[in-house]
Design a protein around this ligand. Structure first.
Ligand code: PBG
Length: 326
């Protein structure tokens, strides 16, 4: 043993204070964006069975939800609408009185400082559940772009601060940028779901948002989970078209992609910690199999470490409370 030479990494791990001094990554409440599902009607607070702690709420519950977020120090939300009416063209997505538009207006009334991100897609609003116009079983790209631009403009008119297009049609950032600029919203940023995989981890969300495709799947527009280089091509296009933020979705099984995008581009990177990633920890914790707090903080920190600047997560309220020491 006497002449053995090796490095002593444990020197820097001897106490909590020492460990804190050399800690490299941190989760802050400022990093968190909380998803909200808004539905039409009154007095609705529907628990989403597959996502314990997540509810679909009607607008009369909005104020108490925002009060809670405000108390926890969360000042950014992403709105998902669950409309009463669906049709082939998803008209309620771009209705000035659509559910997201109404919600955005109300949030801005109650909490003008709250950063409202509007998810811009059609799948919750179309009767076939696809993210674009369908003809002969095909999802049409270019005709869908006009509807997305219309949706984005109506969301901006209602007060949305950031537009987050999630439907993976080619050219959606360019089309939305043009639509926003022409309507005078040159200062409304686009948080693009640049890299969105066709993932089984979206299952619980589709229960929450009633947005399952009624035929087929989304593999002609969302990415193949096996692909890595393609993610950079997707992100590159969105940057060229004017994206201000790049989302990678899902997060946990795609930490390599988050790192690739972070290394390659200078825009803020957003990890979308999706529904299935939330539900599996909730389910395991409910069985007493895992330590929920430790596991959630570890996974969110891993996303920061991978390169995420921001994280969209259903666990935002839990994490914010833990960060506050509650
Ligand atoms: C809709 C959309 C999806 C999610 C966000 N926006 C699902 C999908 O593509 O079906 C998933 C979010 C989650 O699972 O938490 N385009």
């Amino acid at each position: 043993m006497k002449d053995l030479k090796f490095n002593r990494h444990r020197r820097l791990r001897q106490s909590e204070n020492l460990r804190a001094m050399v800690r490299e990554n941190f989760l802050r409440t400022d990093d968190l964006i909380y998803p909200l599902f808004v539905v039409e009607g009154d007095n609705v607070k529907n628990p989403v069975a597959s996502m314990p702690g997540v509810y679909q709420i009607s607008l009369d519950y909005l104020k108490e939800e925002l009060d809670e977020l405000n108390r926890l120090g969360i000042y950014s939300i992403i709105l998902f609408g669950v409309p009463a009416e669906k049709d082939a063209l998803g008209k309620s997505a771009y209705d000035a009185n659509g559910i997201v538009q109404q919600a955005a207006r109300l949030v801005k009334e109650y909490y003008p400082e709250m950063v409202v991100v509007a998810d811009t897609c059609l799948c919750q609003y179309t009767d076939h559940g696809h993210c674009g116009i369908v003809e002969g079983g095909k999802i049409l790209n270019d005709p869908t772009l006009d509807l997305l631009a219309k949706t984005a403009v109506s969301q901006a008119e209602a007060g949305a601060d950031i537009i987050a297009p999630s439907n993976m049609m080619d050219g959606f950032v360019a089309a939305i940028r043009k639509g926003l600029d022409e309507a005078g919203f040159i200062d409304v940023p686009i948080m693009s779901y640049a890299v969105k995989f066709s993932s089984s981890f979206y299952g619980p969300f589709r229960d929450a948002a009633h947005s399952s495709p009624q035929f087929g799947d989304r593999r002609t527009y969302q990415m193949d989970p096996a692909n890595r280089k393609e993610a950079l091509r997707e992100a590159q296009s969105d940057m060229e078209e004017g994206a201000d933020f790049l989302i990678v979705k899902p997060a946990l099984s795609y930490l390599d992609i988050i790192r690739d995008v972070k290394n390659e581009f200078n825009a803020p990177v957003v990890a979308y910690n999706v529904s299935g990633e939330y539900s599996m920890i909730k389910a395991a914790a409910a069985n007493g199999w895992v330590d929920e707090k430790a596991m959630v903080m570890e996974k969110l920190t891993s996303m920061k470490r991978a390169g995420a600047d921001l994280i969209i997560t259903y666990a935002a309220k839990d994490a914010a409370a833990w960060i506050k020491g509650e």
